[in-house]
Design a protein around this ligand. Sequence first.
Ligand code: FES
Ligand code: FES
Length: 162
Amino acid sequence: MMAISIKLTVNGAPVSLDVPARMTLADALRDKLRLTGTHLACEHGVCGACTVIVDGLAVRACLMLAVQASGSEIITVEGLGENGALSALQTAFRRHHALQCGFCTPGILTTMHALLSSEPGADKERIREVLSGNLCRCTGYIPIVEAVLDARQAYRRKETAR
Ligand code: FES
Ligand code: FES
């Protein structure tokens, strides 16, 4: 199958890839770049496990073709940490025991990072509304919501410093 050349920025680094026209962004990240923190479950846009951030928006990487992402800036769960340390959001997840099954965590973290980056004052209802696109069948959402509420302060500080 003919490959198409694309250029992206992934977690701050410029990347050039040759991908088949029908390869999803999720497969390109996992198979071509070995960024396996982007998890695949339903593969049809329902569960949210594959969520990455594309130009600031939370996107289901199983529904986007890699060629559609050409020219975009992408952040995966591997890019959330700051200077080799956990981000404020990741630290809050650890503090509140919000990691649960682990499989869904990357998609939940990227979704919540995109939310708090644009809405650092998001309240509990808004957080729950956005989280409703990330399915959890193991435990529930209470520790996750508490962790996100806790992390808001760090995003507010970032916004004030801008
Ligand atoms: S694997 Fe993409 S939404 Fe479920
Ligand atoms: S966090 Fe993965 S199923 Fe609940």
